[in-house]
Design a protein around this ligand. Structure first.
Ligand SMILES: C[S@@+](CC[C@H](N)C(=O)[O-])C[C@H]1O[C@@H](n2cnc3c(N)ncnc32)[C@H](O)[C@@H]1O
Length: 519
């Protein structure tokens, strides 16, 4: 059996909400396509590692069938253990190479190849595109992610430096520690901390510090990591009879999200690939997740705004003030802050009422129909419901394209409030037995602290708050959970008991806020 670097340093728990089949479906629908129903689909992932991306989807959509292949037997074994623990019969994880993918495998409605295209030897890349060409169903969608230039150009030098330094070292642990240490040393040695070189190193240290050891190892210390210009990737896909549809992050191709001078400069660019390439130049992009499809599928890529009504909305936008319920001023201007630092404003009572109602539902997705009904009732809007629905679809689409709101295919399994006997997402409980990184009901990674992880493991619906406190209290007394105050371990039994109530409450609230509770 082939041994790979992923056997010695497995990639760990990794789910990517941008590659979720329901999101691919949503994007296709918005762009006027008829992608296959993700609830009854055949799904393939190439380079699936331990199934961290595929398993939560298989758990969620039991009527869909999933196949994941990866070269690393160790990772596949880990994924199979989790499959068995969750009792899933709709997923097969196989230790095999992409180059040996059987021609008899049939068609797939969705094909995912995340974090693999840039990271395999050159001869494997055409095979990935070949598989997509021959095995993607006629209306299917595939997502392939890769590192991009020009963003990777500056980082490539640092990668070379780290690789040179760690080449004589033997264990992955030594290599990871030494790579981190050398970058820091080089930064500390800069007399001019305002230089371009210092800025690049400083930025990369930030990226690496926020990432796992596995990321550092496989991103920088792997033999293969080939970035491409976006137009190069599209040409490679075209060579395999595949068309580029869009990025999983639609915001990156919206001119409105860039300085107005960029819009003016590109105003006569009609080729969408050329246009996006320039946007990569402007933003120094270093990573993309491109959606591709069979040639000739989407002649018209315009957004179908009325299809926004098919989705549930979740907004993280915070208003500068929250007016009381009741009529708003006809030109009510409220400014909302979105997590990426941007802002948007309402210009009238209808849009202000809709955005405020979305804000009141920031814990739980809401449908357009329910949003309109609630906004109308809360703020006593005189507008007819049909007009409000049109305004809602229009403004929500604009917000979605600037990352102010997310569109979800379903209301979601998560509950926003803590019930008397809370139940955690079973997949997250299984993952929490292995790691502090778990996947939530929105297919996002949540990193748990000690108490949250301990509480999550107990949430099978049989325990109330008292039972959770007793369990944690016992764990603390056995020394399995260390309480801290001002950074020091607490040994006083009374103090432990007093802290545990607050810890359990804090953990439950955090788990609910992070979409980890389903009952
Ligand atoms: C950087 S990791 C990404 C893993 C996962 N898709 C993710 O994004 O978290 C690349 C994966 O591709 C797998 N891989 C590399 N070459 C492969 C090949 N020829 N066939 C199948 N898998 C391969 C590796 O074992 C590894 O799990």
């Amino acid at each position: 059996m082939v041994q790979t670097s992923y056997d010695s340093v497995p990639y760990g728990v990794a789910a990517y909400s941008d590659t979720h089949i329901a999101r691919l479906h949503m994007i296709g629908r918005l762009l006027g396509m008829e992608p296959p129903d993700f609830r009854r689909a055949r799904v393939l992932e190439l380079g699936c590692a331990a199934g961290g991306n595929l398993l939560p989807m298989a758990d969620q959509y039991r009527a869909s069938d999933f196949i994941g292949i990866d070269l690393s037997p160790v990772q596949i074994r880990q994924g199979r253990e989790l499959t068995a623990e969750l009792g899933l019969s709709n997923i097969a994880l196989r230790a095999e190479s992409i180059v040996d993918f059987p021609a008899s495998a049939g068609k797939f409605d969705y094909i995912i190849c995340h974090g693999t295209y840039s990271w395999v030897p050159p001869e494997v890349r055409p095979k990935i595109l070949d598989i997509v060409r021959h095995h993607l169903s006629p209306n299917g969608l595939a997502v392939i992610s890769y590192n991009t230039l020009p963003g990777w150009a500056a980082v490539r030098g640092l990668r070379d430096i780290m690789n040179y330094h760690v080449a004589p070292l033997r264990t992955p642990e030594e290599k990871i520690a030494q790579a981190r240490a050398l970058l820091q040393l080089i930064l500390d040695a800069q007399f001019d901390r305002t230089s371009a070189y210092a800025a690049v190193i400083e930025h990369e240290i930030k990226v690496i510090n926020a990432a796992t050891d596995q990321y550092l190892f496989h991103e920088h210390l792997e033999e293969n990591n080939q970035p491409f210009y976006f137009h190069e990737f599209v040409a490679q896909a075209n060579d395999h009879h595949l068309d580029y549809l869009c990025d999983t992050d639609l915001a990156i191709s919206q001119l409105g999200n860039y300085a107005s001078s960029v819009g003016q400069f590109l105003s006569r660019t009609t080729d969408p690939v050329r246009l996006e390439q320039y946007l990569d130049f402007v933003s120094n992009r270093r990573f993309r997740a491109s959606i591709v499809m069979q040639r000739g599928l989407a002649a018209n890529r315009g957004f179908r705004v009325e299809r926004v009504e098919e989705f549930w909305l979740l907004s993280a936008a915070l208003p500068d003030r929250v007016p009381p319920d009741g009529p708003l001023a006809p030109h009510e201007k409220l400014t909302f802050r979105i997590p990426n630092g941007g802002t948007f404003s309402s210009g009238d009572d209808a849009s202000a009422a809709l955005f405020l109602t979305l804000f009141h539902h920031r814990d739980k997705p809401i449908s357009v129909k329910a949003l309109v009904a609630e906004a109308k009732a809360r703020y006593l809007l005189p507008h007819p419901e049909a007009a409000l629905r049109r305004i809602a679809c229009d403004t929500v689409l604009r917000l979605f394209l600037s990352k102010g709101v997310n569109l979800l295919p379903e209301p979601g399994r998560e509950v926003a409030t803590v019930s008397p006997r809370p139940v955690a997402l079973p997949f997250a409980r299984a993952a929490a037995r292995r790691s502090e990184r778990v996947t939530n009901a929105r297919h996002e990674i949540v990193v748990l602290n000690g108490p949250s992880r301990a509480v999550l493991l107990l949430l099978d619906g049989t325990r109330d708050r008292r039972a959770l406190i007793d369990n944690l209290d016992a764990a603390a007394r056995r020394g399995e959970l260390t309480m801290r105050q001002h950074g020091n371990p607490v040994t006083d039994v009374g103090l432990i008991a007093a802290q545990i109530g607050a810890l359990v409450d804090g953990a439950l609230t955090a788990l609910a806020e992070n979409a980890l509770l389903i009952g």
